[in-house]
Design a protein around this ligand. Structure first.
Ligand code: RFL
Ligand code: PHB
Length: 389
């Protein structure tokens, strides 16, 4: 087989890249380890920056998002029962849209089907060969047979556990990592949200987040120790703890019900550099992970895809290779901004019980500063809604 761009991974990064490239007249083949049903069953992000919405519109997959997604002009921080609204609209004239990653993935699959995309599911043993030469290729197993795709470029969109990043030799690659001493226990339930906007709550029992997908579908998270097991959390135990961590008005509004998904995700900050090695380009979680507190994971995958699509369009359609050479620098500049913000918001809102007493005093004064200073709130708002591409 031969194509122009071989894409490893059919998560949001891989599917969106394939969709944008195909619409620009560039050929792709997407290789995905899992089945389509599995990819579509993953419950993940829910807050979409308006820059990512614009990109989904450019890809021709924004219609359902505009119909069914919910525009949020603000969010709330609660600190020991005190609520502070961050009014995105008045502070920076922008908003975010609440629309599940699962729905975005479904919209992308539908759009890719309509374009006749070649997405091969259930592949094993993917290897990227010759990425530092002019004739790279990808080998893999499918239906028990060895296969090979020759291509111009390889896009590594295969998430944190994929093979693409490992293809870059250790001598070239630098990794920057911070592991946090807790995870998020998340529950999805067919119940109305406790509030019409998100509430990020910090208090003596730890962090909680009240989020949502729709007026009848809610997403809830609590901070739990890193070694916690999901089996130890019955629905009742979750709701009891969650209620205790929410501000009173939200706790009173809480409607509980059976969980339809429950899982624990560890929190980490991670960046691998470079994001371009020869003809291999990393996009999304393959190159970086943020703790979910700033809602940036999926949004960063989208901005990487934007830079790569722009670069490849210039290369194929305008015969201009300058943006291809700069892809890594362009993407990483925005990645590090989101790293800083996600780390800062994680420090602000969570308990770090093993930190020195000095460090533990800082979040309360940060919160007081946010309450007293419009400049501080604007800083938060501008980062939360997403820095420009
Ligand atoms: P994905 O979504 O992980 O997709 C990568 C795809 O590559 C496939 N794959 C391979 N395919 C072929 N060969 C291989 N060797 C392969 N190895 C892997 C995988 O099966 C998969 O289909 O990465 P992508 O596209 O970069 O998208 C990034 C986002 O998914 C991610 O940033 C966010 O979902 C992060 N994230 C969250 N972000 C938020 O903003 N808010 C959240 O609430 C939130 N919750 C989460 C999350 C990520 C989680 N993960 C990864 C464990 C909750 C979880 C559980
Ligand atoms: C979610 O709804 O899953 C969500 C929202 C905001 C975050 C993280 C996750 O910061």
């Amino acid at each position: 087989m031969r194509t122009q761009v071989a894409i490893i991974g059919a998560g949001p990064a891989g599917l969106l890249l394939s969709q944008l490239l195909m619409k620009s007249g560039i050929e792709t083949i997407v290789l995905e380890r899992r089945s389509r049903e599995y990819v579509l069953s993953r419950i993940r992000a829910g807050v979409i920056e308006s820059g990512a919405v614009d990109l989904l519109d450019k890809a021709g997959v924004g219609d359902r998002l505009h119909r069914e997604g919910h525009v949020h002009d603000g969010c709330n921080l609660a600190y020991d029962q005190q609520m502070l609204r961050i009014d995105f609209k008045s502070l920076c004239g922008d908003h975010v849209v609440v629309y599940g990653q699962t729905e975005i993935t479904r919209d992308l699959y539908d759009a890719q089907d309509a374009l006749g995309a070649n997405i091969i599911h259930g592949v094993d043993d993917v290897e990227i060969i010759g990425a530092d030469t002019d004739s790279p290729y990808v080998t893999f197993k499918h239906d028990g047979q060895d296969k090979r795709i020759d291509c111009d470029f390889v896009a590594g969109c295969d998430g944190f556990h994929g093979v693409s990043r490992q293809t870059i030799p250790d001598s070239v690659r630098s990794e920057f990592e911070k592991i946090y001493p807790f995870g998020w226990l998340g529950v999805l339930s067919e119940t109305p949200p406790v509030n019409d906007e998100l509430i990020y709550a910090s208090g003596p029992r730890g962090f909680a987040l009240a989020s949502m997908r729709s007026p009848v579908l809610s997403r809830h998270y609590i901070q739990v120790p890193l070694n916690e097991k999901v089996e130890n959390w019955s629905d009742d135990a979750f709701w009891d703890e969650y209620r205790k961590r929410l501000p009173q008005s939200a706790a009173e509004a809480l409607v509980t019900g059976p969980s339809i998904e429950k899982s624990i995700a560890p929190l980490r900050s991670f960046v691998s550099e470079p994001m371009k090695w020869g003809r291999l380009f990393l996009c999304g979680d393959a190159a970086h992970i943020v703790p979910p507190t700033g809602a940036k994971g999926l949004n960063l995958a989208a901005s990487d895809v934007f830079y790569l699509w722009r670069a490849m369009s210039a290369h194929y359609n305008d015969k201009d290779g300058a943006l291809i050479d700069r892809y890594g620098e362009d993407a990483l500049a925005r990645v590090w901004q989101a790293m800083r913000f996600s780390w800062w918001m994680t420090r602000l809102m969570h308990l770090f019980p093993d930190d020195p007493a000095f460090d533990q005093r800082i979040p309360a004064v940060e919160f007081a500063h946010l309450q007293n200073s419009e400049t501080a709130r604007r800083n938060l708002a501008e980062n939360y809604v997403g820095l420009p591409y």
